[in-house]
Write a protein that binds this ligand. Structure first.
Ligand code: ZN
Length: 51
């Protein structure tokens, strides 16, 4: 038996990273972010809205 060691290489580079625009309710800052837990980079508030 021959095992090829390509173990845990997940293909992350799909080339399509979709960033969404958010608006901070606290300081009215507009910023782009991606992910689920978005925080305002200016005031670190989680009170943001998707634009
Ligand atoms: Zn803010």
């Amino acid at each position: 038996m021959c095992f090829i060691d390509s173990s845990t290489s997940v293909d992350i580079e799909s080339g399509e990273i979709s960033t969404a625009e958010y608006y901070c309710i606290e300081c009215k800052n507009k910023f782009k972010a991606l992910g689920k837990k978005i925080r305002c980079p200016a005031c670190m508030s989680a009170n943001v809205k998707k634009v």
